[in-house]
Design a binder for this molecule. Structure first.
Ligand SMILES: [Zn+2]
Length: 200
């Protein structure tokens, strides 16, 4: 799993984060892993207006789902300077359903995030609307600081298709935002997550 994950991420930042998570996982095996990169507080502005009407609806449903958990608040805006921007990207490899790009600032906090869905792959593998929303929820999970959960019963399973946000996911968000951020290792980093398709 570790080897596979590193291959997928292809990022030294993730490896570093994963090592921290591995030690953390001993005490909290059931909870979805998180890194140390996060927003200053459990809220961020998000723009979903640069999508087709169909995909804006999917992103908005994912925003609502997260907001209903009460552990993080996404604030919708049509402002292009939103902290999180969402879009669709058909130039992603066919084996990926979504990607999230995170940049942290000089203060170590997340500075900007772009989350993308790949409509071609989602259509090619017959993802239902609800399953597309699950993938969007997964990308927003990265956008607030979550890593991949090796267990299927989590919105953060890398190839998640069937699960919405679970308790193991919200518990991780609560833990992440209650923890003192690691400002030293997270300064001016770029983190990329690529999420593989789940062939039925
Ligand atoms: Zn992912």
């Amino acid at each position: 799993m570790l080897k596979k994950f590193i291959k997928i991420s292809g990022s030294i930042v993730i490896i570093t984060t994963l090592l921290i998570v591995t030690s953390l996982a001993v005490s909290a095996a059931e909870i979805t892993p998180h890194g140390t990169a996060r927003w200053e507080s459990a809220t961020a502005t998000i723009n979903t207006s640069n999508n087709s009407a169909k995909y804006q609806k999917i992103w908005n449903k994912a925003v609502t789902a997260w907001n209903q958990t009460g552990v993080f608040e996404f604030v919708l805006t049509s402002d292009s300077s939103a902290q999180i921007n969402t879009s669709t990207n058909t130039s992603l490899s066919g084996s990926y359903t979504g990607m999230t790009y995170i940049t942290t600032g000089s203060d170590g906090y997340m500075q900007s995030v772009t989350s993308e869905l790949n409509p071609q792959t989602l259509a090619a593998y017959d993802y239902s609307t609800a399953e597309k929303v699950n993938v969007a929820e997964h990308e927003l999970g990265h956008a607030l600081g979550l890593l991949h959960n090796p267990n299927r019963a989590s919105v953060m399973f890398a190839a998640n298709r069937y699960y919405s946000i679970q308790k193991v996911d919200t518990q991780s968000v609560q833990q992440l935002y209650a923890t003192q951020m690691d400002q030293v290792s997270m300064r001016n980093k770029k983190i990329i997550f690529r999420d593989p398709v789940n062939v039925k």
